[in-house]
Design a protein. Sequence first.
Lengths: 217, 627
Amino acid sequence: MIIRFKYCKKNEAKYLSHLDMLRILSRSIARAGIKAALSRGFNPKPRITLSNPIPLGVQSLAEYADVEVDVCLDTGYFMKVINSCLPENIIVLDAACTCNKLKSLMSVIDVVLYEFIIEAADNMSLDKIKSFIDAYDSSSIYSFFTQAQQKKIFLLKIYGYAKIFNNNSNRIFKFNDFNKALKQFGQSNGLHIKDSSKTAVFIIKGARLADPFEEVV
Amino acid sequence: MKSLLKMLDPAEIGALLENIEKPGRYIGNEFGIKSKNPDYLLKNPATVNTALVFPDVYEVGMSNLGLQILYKIINSNPLFNAERAFSPWPDFEDRLRKSKTKLFSLENRIFLDCFDLIGFNAAHEMLYTNILNAIDLSGLSIRSLERKALFPLVCCGGSSAVNPWPLSAFMDFMVIGDGEHVISQILGIISNYKEKYLNNSSNYLKSPANLQQVKKEMLFGLSSIEGVFVPSFYSLVYNSDNTIKKIIHTGGSSGITGVKKIRKAVLKDIDSFDTLSDPVVPNIQTVHDRLNIEIMRGCGRGCRFCQAGFTYRPLRQKKVKNLIEKSIEGLLKTGYDEISFTSLSSSDYKELKKLIEKVTESGLFEKISVSLPSLRLDSFSLEIAEIIQSGRKTGLTFAPEAGSQRLRDIIKKDISADELRESIRAAFLKGWTKVKLYFMLGLPFETDDDIKAIAETTNEIIYIAKQCLDKRSFSRLQISVSINAFCPKPFTPFQWCAQENIFKLEEKIRALQQSISSRFVRLHWNSPEKSSIECAFSRGDSRLPDVIEAAWKKGARFDNWTDYFDYGLWVQSFSIAGADPGFYTTRQYGLDEVLPWDVIDIGIKKDYFIKEFNKAAAGIRLNDNKI
């Protein structure tokens, strides 16, 4: 039996690494009184696997984890107890339980969505930023959103590939590289990144982006 | 009454932590935090705020049980608030200084100079420069007499505070002994003063003379608490040969004549405080990343070199029923899968086997590993080791401390050569192939033969292994020999002894290296230079604060970290302060000399130490542990 759950790493929790998260989730699950299945060997550890690592210092609203358990749990109950046992700023947002075998999260996740909140100088045109992103990676899919009241602040949503596809010569989207390039571009072009976060991950199903929970239900 | 607490603006954290190594060290946010929230502090401005600082990096500091115990006690009281802080790693110190940001607590990110009390854990001597650095990073003067404001008061406690002089110039007061009761008494007095003077009489304190009078009065009040030493009330008068002529009482009330010794605070009923079962659980991996359960305080062995063995007396064993309950509760509350039963000599706890079995076989946990920090080398310990390593056989650690029986008798390390042989044999027969051995070099009355005996013991172990192990296991044999230089410590029978000089120690290590040349043996040693500085601090007097300050100014930090310890810098610092390190290290102190730590009453009479020293000199080993 596997419980797949989605959680966020907000605020200061973004400074916790992938390995920290494994340890924190293992202990939180133990504190919640949920018995995770153990790995074999002299040093048995709870069987928990996580979705793709995120760079240290980046907020995420869409982290996923699979935990193997012996008995199926009501997911509402699971969320309630686990959330009372997690450190601050780590919150489980959704959960689902399945008896099926699941492919590991890291192997199935194809696309990651990052969002940047950017403040621009008055004379900045969106076209200029667009040509910067196209030049950075021509296969990028992105969009901009502006708010009516705050014209100078806009939201950039960029979809990046989490892996290389055999039939495609795509690039893996590396957050840190893009962030650095965008920062540099911004410095000479009057842009300031106010905030950034990972907001969703997807599995490509045909022509559509599917949520990792679809595998469970 | 307005709250004067200044906190770090949350918007600044991002820039502060950018590209900082292991930022998880500085963010708090752990499970099990007990501090009051900012709203509470705002609504209750009279709350006494204490910063508990372990002056090493987070991963080391969070492994310290004392910090967690005090944190729990203070925060259980609605009038008091405790928050944690640790030494910033040099990269973060640099960031703090460049951005002119003061050191702040992990919980509410309150700048340290806004606390009422800053309490340091002086767990060992090599932390002293980090203590100075943390005071400075808080925006305060490092010297207590230059800190004119009423608050924060700066204090320290912990193992190395038993000789208070090296830190005396920096501390408003120091606590000797167990802190459980003392901390609430201290905060009670501080609370009275905080309320009285911050509420309505602030004008009165605008006059520097009044302020100093009130501060002195408060310190005098604190000095009436058992175990509290106020350095500014005492001073040492020296003879022309730099030894101490007398200790004088210079402050407090004028009526006092003679010197009142500071009696160590002792928690008589060890079960009167609940064993901590809900510590803060770190988010990042720490040095001892497990549930620590203290099972005993003190040690009944009386090894003559061991300071903790004397300063933590009397031996107090906790009730096994409580320990079983609290261990299980702690594992459930924290989610740890490892538990450590800590004490100075855990195999002496009379119901250890029962405790381990009741916890691991409670049926509540599928897999719990147990670690014991200090096992003796005997058949009982082997049995325990087999239970806790449950088939893993990761390795056994033994501490014969000296190579020869003669020297073990002198230091009163209660292991006979036969016991040693038999235990090792039994360990090999049970399948262990990794053994770690601890020895000391430069012990009092040591001869070349005693050093040879270390090599002989090691070779004998290889010989036993050859007899007991089959060919395949024998090829996996690993003997790790760890060498430490002996350091004479206050409140031990060897407190007067000279430390061997560095060159001699290095020579002895080289000799040992040559005589242990088997491929099965790995020899490790700790730098004799570091040990020599540790010794100077342990036995230092009121001239040592100048040395520590000079070293800190030259950039000494994290002296316990081999990468950061710089012996040359320390030698220069001694010379700047006009002190001779040899006076505190390689010099034999006279039995009739006034010792700096004579100002502390540790609960054991000097005569007892002299008697023990004489027995050692005569090579007598007696099972007399009575004080």
